[in-house]
Design a protein around this ligand. Structure first.
Ligand SMILES: [Zn+2]
Length: 261
């Protein structure tokens, strides 16, 4: 399937704009501020960010990463979040073309970007993001399944949620210190989307990649910091990354191994 460049370009631009909104949500939700009212302000001097200063990535580059009011450094996190969202939206367009799936999965990736940003800063996956994501995810995928007359994928989503979420639930039950409640709840969401894309095989690939990436980085961080096990590395970003990789590469990986059996 050849996806028109125009569609991919539009998805990237939309990703930049919604990526900018993701930075707002990721900043405000943990601080219990409204995400709909109130203009963005410099956290240092309180200067209200103007429309011109709010163009994703470009404003950051023009201002050389500094506030126009006080000259304080603006975190590189903002353009990084915007770029990441843009890339993920572009990839969603490439994989799913002009379809309901593309919209639902782009929205899912947006949530993962928000959760990753919050977890990295606050070591927290807020219920106020994870619960709506679970409900919206099921609504979106149900609509997709009905549009495509593909209830089999919806069943796979249910199995995926039970496999991924269930596994994390058991791990958290046996070893509560090792896994946060937010990770367990998020796992049910991730399993839903992975199951929808490719069934249990892709769910397992996603889980495997999350543990692999988290384990490698965790060991490396311990070695560097010598802080031992007290260094708390949030698991949410690895869950998100493993899931995204599995959505795009999982089906091919599963085919490869199944073909060798
Ligand atoms: Zn400022």
């Amino acid at each position: 399937m050849e996806v028109p460049a125009f569609l991919i370009g539009s998805a990237v631009v939309l990703g930049l704009i919604l990526g900018s909104f993701a930075t707002v949500v990721a900043y405000r939700v943990p601080r219990r501020e409204s995400i709909v009212t109130g203009r963005s302000k410099c956290p240092n001097c309180g200067r209200v960010v103007t429309v011109v200063e709010n163009v994703p990535v470009i404003s950051y580059l023009i201002q050389r990463g500094r506030c126009r009011g006080c000259g304080t450094r603006i975190s590189y996190r903002y353009p990084l979040i915007e770029l990441t969202t843009a890339v993920l939206f572009g990839l969603a367009a490439v994989k799913f073309g002009w379809s309901v799936e593309a919209l639902v999965f782009a929205a899912f990736f947006w949530v993962l970007v928000v959760l990753t940003a919050i977890d990295l800063e606050h070591r927290l996956l807020p219920n106020r993001v994870v619960y709506p994501a679970f409900v919206a995810g099921w609504v979106g995928l149900t609509i997709t399944a009905l549009v495509n007359d593909d209830l089999g994928s919806l069943r796979s989503a249910g199995v995926g949620a039970l496999v991924f979420g269930g596994f994390f639930f058991v791990v958290a039950f046996i070893y509560p210190a090792g896994m946060g409640g937010g990770d367990v709840k998020l796992a049910f969401v991730l399993g839903t989307f992975l199951g929808y894309v490719g069934g249990p095989g892709v769910v397992l690939v996603g889980m495997f990649l999350a543990f692999l990436l988290g384990g490698v980085v965790g060991v490396a961080a311990m070695a560097v910091s010598r802080a031992g096990r007290k260094t708390q590395i949030p698991f949410g970003p690895f869950l998100a990354l493993g899931t995204v990789l599995a959505i795009f590469m999982g089906p091919a990986i599963v085919d490869f191994y199944v073909g060798r059996l």
